[in-house]
Design a protein around this ligand. Structure first.
Ligand SMILES: [Zn+2]
Length: 93
């Protein structure tokens, strides 16, 4: 599972009807990254100063987005959401 897939799932948690921003924990990791932790255990680390690769015309934008997401984020899913993600991937195959 790619960072892109994990981030898509983690960000979708904020769309839940019972989502409450106050339940989110934010920790600093070193002095250039922050860790955002959901109550279920899913979390991501955002590298604030990672910067972005800017596109040249002939580069596939979707591929470039995935590269930038890999540079900016580290993500881990909790057991519950990992199981959901794996079963969704199996359905798509
Ligand atoms: Zn989770």
């Amino acid at each position: 599972m790619t960072t892109y897939d994990k981030m898509r799932i983690i960000l979708s948690l904020t769309e839940a009807t019972d989502f409450n921003q106050a339940d989110i924990k934010i920790e600093s990791v070193g002095n250039q990254s922050i860790k955002i932790i959901h109550p279920c255990g899913c979390y991501f680390v955002q590298h604030i100063y990672a910067g972005k690769i800017i596109a040249r015309e002939n580069i596939d934008q979707a591929a470039l987005n995935k590269i930038n997401i890999d540079r900016l984020f580290f993500a881990e899913l909790c057991k519950q959401h990992k199981d959901i993600a794996i079963s969704q991937q199996e359905e798509q195959q």
